[in-house]
Design a protein around this ligand. Structure first.
Ligand code: SAM
Length: 222
């Protein structure tokens, strides 16, 4: 597991992955907001929120809180989104808050923990942020592994979740698009990424297994 110092160094410049505001990002935001379009949560916490771009765009949560291990990321988040409460801490280990939440999310962070034991412990620790009957939303890469790291498969993540959570739904968030959708989407995104995401997000929701890169797991505690 990278420590606080390493994550901070990683955030020495803004948007280090170039995800925030990308077409893939607007697409996952559209998919998540679409899934929860008939739900409203009074409060929600986003674990490992980075600079807060995704959290700020979740439109089904009234009062938002974000936590990240990187002080640099949280400093930028606080400046950009003053209405959101941000904290620096490690919620996978020991970060404590008095408040409990109706919605708890953690997007693209669990696989930065190296061992299965660390991942198990982290998912268990996240339960302490949820109210009774809270909804949990976790997204991870489900391609197994690549040269960068060991991610998950859909099966291995389900297996891990099954110790503490009941999975209500799995939703595709990111992956590859078949031609000609790929070209149309790309061209349209040059003019307006949000519109390109809105027009083509359903193709990703219905993508075939081999084309899927990232999935969202919507859960309740057991
Ligand atoms: C790939 S980024 C994802 C950011 C954001 N959730 C998103 O999906 O756009 C991974 C984030 O996890 C954070 N992170 C990694 N380990 C953490 C930990 N133990 N506690 C809190 N945040 C952590 C990093 O600082 C980074 O912001």
């Amino acid at each position: 597991m990278k420590d606080e110092k390493e994550w901070n160094a990683f955030y020495s410049k803004p948007n280090p992955w170039g995800i925030d505001g990308s077409l893939a990002d607007f697409t996952r935001i559209k998919i998540i907001n679409n899934y929860f379009k008939n739900n409203k949560f009074k409060n929600g916490i986003d674990i490992a929120c980075g600079e807060g771009f995704l959290l700020n765009n979740l439109d089904f949560i009234e009062t938002k809180t974000g936590v990240d291990i990187s002080k640099n990321a949280i400093n930028r988040a606080e400046k950009k989104y003053p209405k959101i409460d941000f904290y620096v801490g490690n919620p996978f280990l020991d970060f404590e808050l008095d408040q409990k939440f109706e919605f708890v999310s953690c997007f693209e962070a669990v696989y930065y923990l190296d061992t299965l034991e660390e991942r198990k412990k982290a998912l268990k620790n996240l339960l302490r942020y949820g109210k009774k009957d809270a909804i949990y939303a976790f997204s991870v890469v489900t391609i197994d592994s690549n040269k960068f790291r060991e991610y998950f498969t859909q099966e291995s993540f389900l297996n891990l979740l099954s110790e503490e959570y009941k999975v209500l739904k799995i939703v595709n968030l990111n992956g590859s698009y078949k031609l000609p959708i790929k070209i149309l989407r790309k061209i349209l995104s040059i003019f307006n990424k949000k519109i390109a995401a809105k027009l083509f997000f359903k193709y990703m929701i219905n993508a075939k297994k081999d084309d899927i890169y990232q999935q969202l797991f919507i859960c309740k505690s057991l």
